[in-house]
Design a protein around this ligand. Structure first.
Ligand code: PEP
Ligand code: MG
Length: 885
């Protein structure tokens, strides 16, 4: 197989592997695609991801084949542009960039201007006719290469540049002359030699292979690992390397560089959107070092900016660019994110890819593109990442609330957030772990800040535009972000900041509105989201395509109401123990547990009955007409035991039993492994009066609501942690007996079902037996995962992260179902259960019911419904539709 693919010039682009992102990465595949449809792409070559995997596995060693193939591909570039690599007369310069299967913005390394040394810099000066440009390029190269490949702190170089400017009384980089840059280059080289103990590499081949190795290695850098973990990217994909002839956006005022989107990535509006800089290199735009200008006249005017747009300053190049945008959108049938450079009036395309977008924009584009005939309805449904909907379901700022606006920056990523100011990523992570809501405030962010951005509720930067690192990453993560708020100045030593005239410090509260760019002091009131518009349209399309029902896990009327608004079609799990922990009831619950005998227990249960009845009645009213699965008490009694002296004293007062006596009883009930102890249906078997009380409360409430509203709820009574048919048989008989008694008393009957959770491996194995007693199964995949893997749900955090990082688990099995392992038990439960009872109703109510990948599996095995927490209901609706397509 080929290790290297050439693109551009007269390269042959016919091997389908070259356009396969798995082989050549996203960037490489798209460069080949653009070149083959005739767009102006500087010639270059891509080293496959397979080579990077081999390199990393084989201890950082390049194969001879690779070396030979790279040499050949380099020749192709030389022939196409008519320059030669390392030539002191007319040198070829190249860029070296990473390009994984999916885009990982800013996560991996790039080196520009490679091929410059003390000799070739003279050739560049002659051929470009611009010595200043040549020396500026050389110093940029030393700086970037030293940072990325040699691991020297780039701050050292920036400092030297600042000092050089100060000594000369210069304000901007553009004030530096050729001689100034030349003497800075000399300084840079000394710095490298001091730091490294050897000179900066002059051999261009050594430079090239150094850069290739650095890109390969960057796949395993900490920041890339963090990004992979947050985005579920497997560790074994590796990254391709793209080596490409340099084109220069910094060759004077007819040159420029920019980043653009074919539609607005924040709102989805069908309007070109982007930023550019005259006389600059690509990294200047992305790094947020200079504040970029607007691409179009309309945007510039709307923003009231004075620096001319590209449309005004370079009308011809802009017209060609706009044409290219349209062509690319039609070709890829999706919004594109593009990097381009204009070198002395000539447009070059450096990259295109499907652009990252906010959830709002994704919805709007999917619905719009369906309307434009670019994609069909099914494709529109597939275009929206279900998890991204999460961004839309959370509150935004109340437009009527008072806002103490302290400054305004760019609306880089929508959504609103309030929280405490933190000034660095590590602090953000630490405070967030302590449960604080934090706002990360930085001059600008870099890939090293990724963990802090993730931990923060919102991000504020003083520098950088709409396509800066902060903006791109925040949009991808769904974090609100205000960037380029230049009134913000930070004193990291003192841990304070000043916004305009306002002094603030770390820990003060700030609110961001990522949709307007406003930054406000204090907390601002929020309102619930509007679920109409494009959201409603796409959800309707999704509902029409999905086969599975979507229910919710809810146990309060407020959660039920919210879930219904989000489209829930019933309750899949009402955990009744949450009602037991309620402050007003815990005393009765403890009294019941610690009672010596049945009579003592019954007294406490009599006090709980009316409260439970009221709980269920409220839920039945909210969910009128929809099925409600109510699970009988599940957690170990151990969890309800008092631990504080005050609680024992209080209980002693209430029961008339002595504190010592109660403590002794509590000690007797203490369990070493409560999760495998006295819990679930084992409680119902040993203390039948508990389940009897709960069943009575359910049936009485159902009868009362039916009498009151005329619409009878359909309770589905669910028994937890069943392992044997006999357990369920005993409990079912008891539930039926209570039902008959209540129906007799109330003078009416209602329909109900008795079923069980399948959450122990034995239950899945014996599903054919258990189904004789059950009208429905609900897979409790939280416990099923815990018991199948032998991994405690409550203690796994400590080792699961490293497990995922090392690829032992592809994903956290409590978040996304372990399909190949636990999934077998689910499949077995489905098949064996239906063998016994063809109309057995099947659902899932573990956390996995709200996870798109797990939902796809549920569709595959033929479950009837999934159940998810209220905010996940829309995610589940969309994921279920995608799974059905
Ligand atoms: C389960 O185990 O998957 C389940 C839904 O029950 P719980 O999380 O309450 O144990
Ligand atoms: Mg469970």
């Amino acid at each position: 197989v080929q290790t290297v693919y050439s693109f551009g010039g007269n390269a042959d682009h016919s091997d389908p592997r070259q356009k396969d992102k798995i082989v050549t990465g996203g960037k490489g595949a798209n460069l080949a695609e653009m070149a083959s449809i005739g767009l102006p792409v500087p010639p270059g070559f891509t080293i496959t991801t397979e080579e990077s995997v081999r390199y990393l596995n084989e201890g950082a060693d390049f194969s001879d084949t690779l070396r030979a193939d790279v040499a050949k591909a380099l020749e192709h570039i030389e022939q196409t542009v008519g320059k030669s690599f390392g030539s002191k007369d007319d040198p070829l310069l190249v860029s070296v960039r990473s390009g994984a299967r999916v885009s990982m913005p800013g996560m991996m390394d790039t080196v520009l201007n490679l091929g410059l040394n003390d000799e070739t810099v003279g050739g560049l000066a002659t051929t470009s006719g611009d010595a200043r440009f040549a020396w500026d390029s050389y110093r940029r190269f030393i700086q970037m290469y030293s940072d990325v490949v040699l691991g020297i702190d780039h701050g050292l170089f920036e400092e030297a540049l600042e000092i050089a400017k100060e000594d000369n009384g210069f304000y901007a980089d553009t004030d530096m002359s050729a001689e100034d840059w030349q003497s800075l280059v000399a300084q840079y080289k000394t710095t490298v030699e001091e730091e490294l103990g050897k000179p900066f590499p002059q051999d261009v081949q050594e430079q090239l292979w150094g850069a290739i190795a650095a890109v390969f290695d960057s796949w395993d850098a900490d920041r890339a690992k963090t990004y992979r973990r947050l985005n579920d990217i497997p560790a074994d994909w590796g990254t391709a390397v793209n080596v490409q002839a340099m084109v220069f956006g910094n060759m004077g005022d007819t040159s420029a560089t920019g980043v653009a989107f074919t539609r607005d990535p924040s709102t989805g509006e069908k309007a070109y959107y982007g930023e550019w800089l005259v006389n600059a290199q690509g990294e200047d735009v992305v790094a947020g070092i200079r504040t970029p200008q607007y691409l179009t006249q309309r945007r510039r005017e709307a923003a009231g900016a004075s620096a001319p747009s590209m449309e005004e300053a370079m009308p011809e190049a802009f017209a060609e660019l706009a044409e290219t945008f349209d062509l690319l959108e039609r070709h890829y049938r999706d919004m594109q994110d593009i990097e381009f450079t204009v070198e002395r009036g000539k447009l070059w395309m450096l990259q295109t890819r499907s652009g990252k977008r906010t959830a709002n924009a994704a919805l709007k584009m999917a619905v719009d593109m369906e309307g434009e005939g670019l994609i069909d309805r099914k494709e529109a449904i597939l275009r929206v990442d279900p998890m991204a909907l999460d961004q839309l379901l959370h509150p935004t700022l109340d437009p009527d609330a008072t806002r103490d606006v302290v400054t305004k920056g760019l609306p880089a990523s929508p959504g609103a957030a309030s929280g405490k100011i933190v000034l660095d990523a590590d602090t953000a992570e630490q405070w967030a772990q302590l449960g604080e809501r934090v706002i990360l405030v930085r001059v600008e962010t870099s890939p090293e800040d990724i963990h802090g951005m993730h931990a923060a509720k919102g991000i504020l930067t003083a520098r950088g535009g709409m396509t800066s690192h902060a903006a791109v990453v925040a949009r991808g993560m769904g974090r609100p972000c205000v960037s380029g708020a230049s009134a913000v100045s930070i004193d990291r030593e003192a841990r304070t900041l000043r916004i305009g005239s306002r002094e603030m410090k770390e820990g003060d509260t700030l609110t961001l509105d990522g949709a307007t760019g406003e930054v406000m002091a204090g907390v601002v009131v929020t309102i619930e989201p509007e679920l109409a518009g494009d959201f409603g349209v796409l959800m309707e399309w999704a509902d029409a395509e999905r086969r599975m029902g979507v229910r919710t896990n809810a146990e309060t009327p407020a959660d039920c109401r919210m879930a219904r608004q989000f489209g829930a079609e019933g309750i899949g799990l009402c955990r009744t123990e949450h009602m037991f922990f309620d402050a007003g009831r815990i005393r009765s619950v403890r009294q019941m547990i610690l009672a010596e005998d049945e009579a003592g227990r019954q007294g406490a249960l009599d006090a709980l009955l009316p409260e439970q009845r009221a709980d269920f009645a409220a839920i039945f009213k909210e969910m009128s007409g929809l099925p409600c699965t109510i699970r009988l008490l599940d957690p170990p009694l151990h969890e309800f035991l008092p631990t504080q002296d005050a609680d024992f004293a209080d209980l002693a007062d209430a029961t008339g039993l002595g504190v010592d006596h109660l403590k002794r009883r509590a000690a007797e009930l203490h369990e070493f492994n409560p999760m495998l102890g006295h819990r679930g249906c084992r409680l119902g078997i040993t203390y039948p009066e508990i389940y009897a009380m709960q069943s009575r409360a359910i049936f009485e409430a159902a009868c009362d609501v039916a009498a009151e509203s005329g619409e009878a709820p359909v309770p589905e009574i669910m028994v937890p942690l069943v392992a044997t048919r006999r357990e369920l048989a005993i409990l079912k008989e008891q539930i039926d007996t209570v039902a008959e008694a209540v129906f007799g008393e109330k003078g009416r009957r209602i329909d109900y079902l008795v079923g069980t959770m399948i959450e122990l491996p034995r239950a899945a194995l014996m599903a054919n037996e258990i189904a004789h007693e059950a009208r429905f199964f609900s897979f409790g995949t939280n416990d099923l995962t815990q018991t199948t893997l032998g991994v405690s749900r409550d203690d796994a955090a400590r080792f699961l992260a490293p497990y995922v990082e090392r690829g032992i688990f592809a994903r956290d099995p409590f978040v996304s179902l372990d399909i190949e392992g636990v999934g077998q038990l689910v499949r077995m439960g489905v098949e064996r259960g239906r063998q016994t009872r063809a109309d057995l109703k099947l659902g899932i109510c573990g956390e996995h019911g709200g996870d798109p990948a797990s939902i796809a599996f549920c569709e595959e095995v033929g479950l009837d419904y999934v159940s998810a927490s209220p905010y996940r209901v829309p995610i589940a609706r969309l994921a279920a539709a995608q799974a059905a397509l």
